[in-house]
Design a protein around this ligand. Structure first.
Ligand SMILES: *Cc1c(COP(=O)(O)O)cnc(C)c1O
Length: 403
């Protein structure tokens, strides 16, 4: 039996325990298990929002653009070098994830018209599959959707079987949005490169929760959002990654002035900037960029190694509690048990999941996340979730089965 006091003891020994104070938590009695959908606000983000509005917008007015123009690149560098294993100049804050996916997938296919096929898998986020299928169709190709194991996610062998010399791009999520399974970025990238295809990784459920090694794995391209584990705020601007040697080989399809080599020359013709800037399109939303920057800084200060260690320990506790109380209550585990393959959340399935989630919200003050038809995702964000929250949440889930 795992007692609540065991969880409390682990909170007492947790080196990240004091990070809870860095977050604005106006309703402490609510147990939040949805940090993979919308992260809690760091206090610093709320302060930065107000400061940016008063000092930079109200007071600085248009003069603030002198430093605003550099912010998406500066914050991109911090994110890229500290959390994603990228080099400076390879990551920039821009647009939404879906838009960045469109831009980079289109750029990759346009560079090699003889390879208009994209490979993805059936556990990938639906929006990604919609975007990729549109891009492939526009290039005169098709989207090949590999059948993946719903719990373990796409395996290198699954992807290998779909590759041939018509494939220009393999695009997968690094961490599956439903199961939380980690796909093997190094092995899959290497298989894609063997047949001459490039890889485009969606890091939305990976950034700020698992260490990502874009440089080391040889990944070509990546996108992701900042409002999940990076706590950047609702609809916060996303990021994109393009490996340095590809900057000159790829051109994105939306030729906006922010991607121009000399935007303030107001030239008649589009000439793409030399570096990562060519993948930017228009004016960045500076209030939202400020909040996203604060969210990213909060994770950087904690350190990705410490975040990952606590995350595995929290999800490990959830899985132990699954074995003790949720399995016997009729749930099945839909997340890999292997730590090396487990992202930041634990998914459980139950035929009555929709009603269970309603009861959790209405009666137990637990905010879980329901994914139809039968999946409940429990995401204990390591910087703002305690071990006792995980214990309470698991016991509430078990209690919510019985009416
Ligand atoms: C959250 C998420 C998105 C979100 O895309 P938006 O354009 O920000 O709405 C995209 N892809 C994946 C894999 C996600 O998890």
């Amino acid at each position: 039996m795992i007692e609540r006091s065991d969880a409390a003891r682990r909170d007492g020994e947790d080196p990240l325990a004091d990070h809870l104070q860095l977050f604005a938590i106006p309703e402490p009695e609510v147990i939040y298990m949805d940090g993979n959908s919308l992260g809690r606000p760091p206090r610093m983000a709320l302060v930065k929002l107000e400061r940016t509005a008063w000092q930079e917008w109200a007071t600085g007015l248009v003069r603030s653009w002198d430093h605003w123009v550099g912010e998406p690149g500066r914050i991109g560098d911090l994110l890229g070098t500290e959390l994603l294993g990228a080099e400076p100049g390879e990551v920039v804050i821009s647009d939404q994830t879906s838009v960045n996916l469109y831009k980079l997938a289109s750029a990759a296919l346009a560079a090699r018209p003889e390879r208009p096929v994209i490979v993805t898998d059936d556990t990938n986020f639906p929006s990604d599959r919609y975007v990729l299928s549109g891009v492939a169709a526009a290039a005169g190709g098709e989207l090949r959707v590999v059948d993946a194991d719903p719990v373990l996610g796409p395996q290198p062998d699954d992807v290998a079987a779909a590759l041939d010399d018509r494939v220009g791009l393999v695009s997968l999520s690094h961490v599956g949005y439903k199961s939380g399974a980690i796909a093997d970025m190094a092995a899959i990238t290497s298989l894609a490169h063997d047949v001459g295809a490039r890889t485009l990784w969606d890091l939305s459920h990976a950034a700020g929760i698992v260490p990502v090694e874009l440089g080391e794995t040889g990944a070509d391209l990546a996108v992701g959002c900042t409002y999940k584990y990076l706590n950047g705020g609702p609809g916060a601007p996303a990021f994109l990654y393009v490996r340095t040697d590809l900057h000159s080989q790829l051109q994105q399809p939306i030729h906006g002035w922010f991607g121009h080599a000399d935007m303030f020359a107001f030239a008649d013709d589009y000439r793409p900037a030399a570096g990562i800037g060519r993948f930017v399109t228009g004016t960045p939303p500076m209030l939202a960029v400020a909040a996203a920057g604060a969210g990213i800084e909060t994770s950087v200060q904690a350190g990705i190694a410490a975040i990952r260690a606590k995350s595995l320990s929290l999800t490990g506790l959830l899985i132990d509690l699954f074995d003790e109380i949720l399995g016997p209550a009729g749930f099945t585990l839909a997340t890999p048990r292997d730590e090396a393959r487990r992202g930041g959340h634990v998914a459980v399935r139950h035929p009555d999941a929709a009603a269970i989630c309603r009861r959790l919200i209405d009666r137990h003050r637990v905010l879980p996340d329901f994914r139809p038809p039968d999946t409940i995702r429990l995401a204990p964000a390591p910087l703002s979730t305690r071990y006792v929250d995980v214990w309470d949440a698991a016991h509430a889930v078990a209690a919510a089965v019985a009416v």
